[in-house]
Design a protein around this ligand. Structure first.
Ligand SMILES: [Zn+2]
Length: 466
């Protein structure tokens, strides 16, 4: 590892800084991988590597359940007269029941390689598979968390680890189902797990947070205690929760409490900018306003939300309240940062029968506006210094290939638009760095073949165990 601990520099003829596009940019970082100097209008220095095309900030992936990558594509058939999120969830539980620790590590390693090759430089892992298939803790109670940490380290992706608190199968304290046995922890048990994970996560530069699974899976007292517990451990720790993804969940929450999920959460828990509201698909106008006011990030997963038939988040309302947002690949039916941005924009276009809905007043190009906003929101949700090409932030970045047929001859901003809307959305991605270390070169990660083989074997083993 020591050989990687070197300061570095890169010259980019075009770079997307937090303020917008800049020309002739020299970027320098220190041995810890943080930008120390970013200069616009620089002369290309001799002997300094030049980016092969427009330089972009690396995209944080704010929502991932790694094991589900091995299950993606396996539920695209009709199993009953009307399939739904809930029938998908039954199949997902069946698959989850057979995941062994070594399989999880292989699946996650390949997934993280894929993420790096498609523009994500870090990932928030919403980790709820805790115990063995019978629901018993492993000899090392953090076995599966450690598998994810090893996978992230091997691939070289930044990690925010969010162990999930899961206690009930429905609102009002309904007992968990047997299929949920691998997820269940008491609040005290969760807090001891978090304490145990502090040194391990710190050692690899990962951030540790907490994910109360959802209001249906965590009773109010547990939610308050767990939030107080993680806050005592680290007042800045990120807190992520699935919320208002499905209309059934909204109806159940109203039947239980008289309030909608987001409304209940904001009324009963001190939600602030540490929080990521994952999905938040079904909100009324007053909830959009109140949730945006807290400073929490909306965690949008357009490909998964489409795949599961969740519904559409109303971006125009959220942006009218200056709400922060980022993207996640969640169930990993799609693993591609640019594709999530494209699908997000397309969902709004289909709903509104308009075009270029997510352009901003500062950036009329949708790809520029959405990239900058998703990087800022994703960094906030990750609780890491990965908010783009700026001094003090980690050197997480990627370069497009200016010679790619979809991009060649265009100006930099149109190259990004072509990457998002008019290419295969990873074919023009040439190089990618995490903390200044090259992880993808000429479109390939070093571990590509090895990790792919191990993933296929792990998926076969999991299916065979069913
Ligand atoms: Zn999720």
């Amino acid at each position: 590892m020591a050989s990687e601990e070197a300061a570095g520099q890169l010259f980019a003829a075009d770079a997307l800084l937090p303020t917008g596009w800049a020309r002739n940019v020299l970027l320098q970082w220190d041995p810890s991988g943080r930008f120390t100097h970013i200069e616009e209008g620089a002369a290309p220095p001799a002997g300094v590597l030049a980016a092969p095309g427009p330089l972009l900030p690396g995209m944080p992936n704010l929502h991932s359940h790694a094991f589900q990558r091995a299950f993606a594509g396996l539920t695209e058939y009709r199993a009953r007269s009307q399939d739904s999120f809930w029938s998908w969830r039954d199949l997902m539980y069946r698959f989850a029941a057979h995941i062994a620790p070594e399989s999880l590590e292989a699946i996650a390693t390949w997934l993280y390689v894929e993420m790096l090759e498609t523009g994500y430089t870090s990932v928030c892992e919403f980790h709820y598979l805790h115990h063995d298939p019978s629901g018993q803790p492993y000899a090392d109670d953090a076995e599966l968390a450690h598998a994810l940490l090893r996978a992230a380290r091997a691939a070289g992706i930044g990690l925010t680890l969010l162990p999930v608190l899961y206690q009930t199968s429905g609102f009002g304290g309904q007992a968990p189902r047997s299929a949920q046995a691998r997820f269940i922890r008491s609040t005290d048990n969760m807090l001891s797990l978090l304490e145990r994970l502090v040194p391990t996560t710190q050692a690899q530069g990962a951030v540790l947070g907490l994910a109360p699974h959802s209001l249906r899976a965590v009773p109010p007292d547990s939610l308050r205690e767990a939030v107080a517990g993680i806050t005592a451990l680290n007042p800045q720790a990120p807190i992520h929760i699935h919320i208002a993804e499905q209309t059934q969940e909204v109806q159940d929450c109203i039947a239980w409490s008289g309030q909608r999920p987001v409304q209940w959460l904001l009324d009963h828990v001190p939600v602030d900018a540490r929080w990521c509201l994952v999905h938040a698909t079904h909100m009324k106008p007053f909830e959009y306003a109140a949730a945006a006011r807290t400073g929490a990030v909306a965690g949008l997963c357009p490909s998964t939300e489409a795949n599961l038939g969740d519904g559409l988040f109303d971006m125009q309302q959220w942006l009218a309240h200056a709400g922060a947002w980022g993207v996640g690949s969640d169930s990993h039916a799609c693993v591609n940062a640019a594709e999530e941005l494209m699908l997000l924009e397309y969902g709004q276009r289909l709903a509104l029968r308009q075009r270029n809905v997510l352009a901003s007043s500062a950036h009329t190009q949708v790809a520029t506006a959405t990239t900058l906003q998703a990087v800022a929101g994703g960094a906030q949700a990750a609780g890491r210094r990965i908010a783009g090409l700026a001094v003090g932030q980690q050197a997480d970045m990627l370069a497009l290939d200016a010679q790619h047929v979809a991009l060649a001859g265009l100006d930099a901003e149109r190259m990004l638009a072509a990457h998002v809307f008019a290419s295969q959305r990873s074919s023009a991605l040439h190089s990618l760095w995490v903390g200044g270390r090259p992880r993808v070169v000429a479109g390939r990660h070093d571990l590509h073949d090895k990790a792919a083989h191990a993933f296929v074997a792990a998926r076969q083993a999991t299916i065979a165990a069913d």
